[in-house]
Design a protein. Sequence first.
Length: 241
Amino acid sequence: MTVEEHLASTQSIANLIDQTLLKPEASGDDIVRLCREAAEHSFCSVCINPHWVRLARTTLGRSCVRVCTVIGFPLGANRTEVKSAEARLALSEGATEIDMVQNVGALRSADLDTVQSEIAELAEIAHGSKALLKVILETCLLNDDQKRVSCHLAIAAKADFVKTSTGFSTSGATEDDIRLMRAAVGPAVGVKASGGIRSLEALSRMVAAGATRIGTSSGVQILREFREGAATSQTTNPGAY
């Protein structure tokens, strides 16, 4: 799909968005509100902490919105056995997408076997439940060579997506990182931009750079911006739509 097709309508934009709430202080009421917003706007998924998976699944009911949760979050430093147990429990409670944080310390130590084998184990668990696996690289902590290696390891381990950031480290997604990641994984693997994307303009830049999924807590505002822009265009140029 081209950038123009991704940004052609409110629904095409909504299809890109993982509406996200990962703040530790988020309450059950906050999660219910998030899920209802996601269902109203037909976002691709809600991305929430593991504690809330069951509540999200119940709240969403028969909605097409997927339940995404995070594993080894936000540091990635848990043992593989712990991440695997987290993933299995989340999947059993209704998660259909898993965003795992890679072992950043192992990657920076050049312990590549550990990084790849852990991703492969999580991919097998996710795919066994017909779920998707995204690998959070935490790009702000890596140099460009390490980002490329991380992408190659994720591909070799059969991950479905690579993702920039947790949103809890020193910075979030950048266009340069999205371009690097897209070049590293090629066209067949998804690239998720996450961290600091709060406007339609920022979303558009990430999609133009190669992102196929956007993690944001500002999905409703982004759709509102698109609708207002479309309404303005129709008023000033009625033949544009």
